[in-house]
Design a protein around this ligand. Structure first.
Ligand SMILES: NC(=O)c1ccc[n+]([C@@H]2O[C@H](COP(=O)([O-])OP(=O)(O)OC[C@H]3O[C@@H](n4cnc5c(N)ncnc54)[C@H](O)[C@@H]3O)[C@@H](O)[C@H]2O)c1
Length: 402
């Protein structure tokens, strides 16, 4: 792309993520003027008419439609954001690739690793760029932690702990959204939150090699919510109840693969969508022979670091993210004035558009989605069989090696 390239954007699904992707595209020319890229919001689709109207009237798309095929067929659309529920990801991802459109798709890509691989095959065959909604990679504190691991400040990584605990469905009358239905979502918290955590572990430490897992469902019935209405944070009093078909909680023990930066290290990962107390506590702890770090999304603009084993002042120290960490300087001039969730999506949009332009390849891509899905599928398999599962070597996790 040359300076001031206009990139035509198509959006599929105008729910929570559809809105966030749209705001991210709109921010690109002002947050990253040096890119010379101006996204043009061309057309957005949602089967719920009020959401297609919202895309046109509020988000600023030139056109709204009920049929996503119109987005893929539109000649002015160069890139597509796929923010549909999981059951549509493979169908739409493959169609986007066949239409020659680069795509930014939300996680999990489909209802398991097979569907994710089908999207990977289509993207590879078409040679189109892909980016995945693994937003937590982009937190400046995470980028700094990645540097500390890479430059050896923590020594040899020995063990890792991750807990992605959310309370969005802690209320037993929390809505039975599409997320709880196996045919619409696939797995439950494994695909929804554990996938993010696995990707972060892959990004920071390299591929996971083997796992042993268990899962449980805490609330087995919930009040039904119609597709395209409300959000999965809604609480519905007195509604008709339906079955929860996938897991609320998942845990795994794991070993890194021999090829990993953290080869030889082990860890534990847990994810819950029904935790009481944590709101969106997406926490990782990385322990090494020379030091340790700890980060939680609820305090995403800071992390704890301890380097050194001796001295009375050893122990954790709080570090605030600042302009020298990741993309922080694009958003705020100094520490203490924090970035937010939407900003992570702006960074993600930046990396996606650069990959499309061919100027940089810092984005997560469909291979990373396959790598995360393979671990989540293996967790389901292990939970069912009670056996350890060894992961095959995958193409993904390339970013960890950069
Ligand atoms: N990266 C993140 O942190 C993050 C956060 C939330 C959701 N997600 C992912 O984003 C995706 C969407 O989640 P959400 O919370 O935005 O969902 P949502 O329920 O808010 O929105 C989904 C939208 O899809 C629409 N839809 C349904 N069928 C459609 C069709 N055939 N064509 C077009 N639109 C259709 C619905 O009407 C609804 O507006 C999911 O895959 C989810 O896992 C990622």
């Amino acid at each position: 792309m040359t300076k001031n390239t206009v990139v035509g954007v198509g959006l599929i699904s105008v729910g929570w993520m559809g809105k966030v992707h749209s705001r991210a595209y709109q921010a690109i020319p002002v947050v990253y003027p040096e890119l010379g890229i101006t996204p043009r919001l061309v057309i957005a689709a949602d089967t719920e008419p009020s959401r297609a109207d919202y895309a046109r009237d509020v988000l600023g798309y030139e056109q709204g439609t009920l049929d996503y095929h119109e987005v893929l067929a539109h000649p002015d659309v160069d890139v597509v954001s796929i923010c549909a529920p999981n059951f549509l990801h493979a169908e739409i991802g493959i169609a986007a690739a066949k239409a020659g459109k680069a795509f930014w798709i939300e996680k999990p890509v489909g209802r398991g690793v097979e569907e994710t691989r089908s999207v990977e095959a289509a993207a590879d065959a078409a040679g189109v760029a892909s980016s995945i909604g693994f937003n937590y990679r982009h937190a400046p504190a995470i980028e700094q932690i990645k540097s500390l691991i890479a430059d050896g400040s923590l020594g040899r990584i020995t063990n890792v702990r991750g807990t992605f605990f959310a309370d969005y469905s802690s209320e037993p009358n929390g809505a039975l959204s599409w997320r709880f239905n196996r045919s619409l979502a696939g797995s439950g918290v494994l695909g929804d939150l554990m996938g993010h955590l696995v990707d972060l572990i892959h990004y920071l430490g390299g591929p996971i090699g083997s796992i042993s897992a268990l899962t449980s469902t805490i609330h087995t019935k919930r009040p039904i919510q119609q597709m395209g209405t409300g959000t999965h944070f809604d609480v519905i009093e007195g509604g008709e109840l339906g079955d929860v078909e996938n897991e609320d909680y998942a845990a795994m023990l794991f070993r890194f693969a021999d090829s990993a930066i953290a080869a030889g290290a082990v860890g534990t990962l847990e994810a819950s969508r029904v935790a009481v107390g944590p709101r969106a506590s997406y926490n990782i702890e990385i322990y090494g022979t020379e030091g340790s770090v700890m980060w939680d999304f609820e305090r995403m603009n800071e992390f704890q670091v301890a380097i050194g084993r001796t001295g009375d002042l050893r122990g954790y120290k709080r570090v605030m993210a600042g302009p020298s960490f990741g993309d922080f300087a694009h958003f705020q001039p100094g520490s203490g004035t924090g970035m937010g969730f939407d900003d992570l999506k702006v960074v993600e949009a930046r990396k996606f558009l650069e990959a499309v332009a061919g100027t940089a390849h810092l984005n997560s891509n469909i291979h990373d989605a396959v790598a995360a899905a393979a671990v989540c599928d293996a967790a389901e398999q292990s939970a069912e069989s009670g056996q350890w599962v060894t992961l095959p070597a995958v193409l993904g996790v390339t970013a960890a090696l950069r």
